[in-house]
Design a protein around this ligand. Structure first.
Ligand SMILES: [Zn+2]
Length: 79
């Protein structure tokens, strides 16, 4: 019983660790706005490049942005 409780309490930490590893290994994720399709359909049916990702279909993961911010702040404080 104790091991089950212990494992359940470790689950969020292991999830966070997996996400951090994912951010390090592949910092790019699919664009939320266009789901990686790179374009939008307009009302008249024409294609238009996605403005959120500039037509690339990819965006930097939020965890990676946070890690970059922390790293920049850390380096600025240690000069
Ligand atoms: Zn997009």
């Amino acid at each position: 019983m104790t091991t089950i409780v212990l494992l359940a309490s470790l689950l969020p930490f292991s999830y966070a660790a997996c996400y951090l590893i994912l951010c390090v290994v592949s910092p790019w994720g699919r664009c939320y706005r266009c789901h990686g399709r790179r374009y939008h359909r307009t009302a008249i049916g024409t294609r238009r490049d996605c403005r959120r990702c500039d037509g690339t279909g990819r965006r930097v993961r939020i965890g990676r942005r946070i890690a970059e911010y922390i790293r920049t702040e850390y380096r600025a404080g240690n000069q």
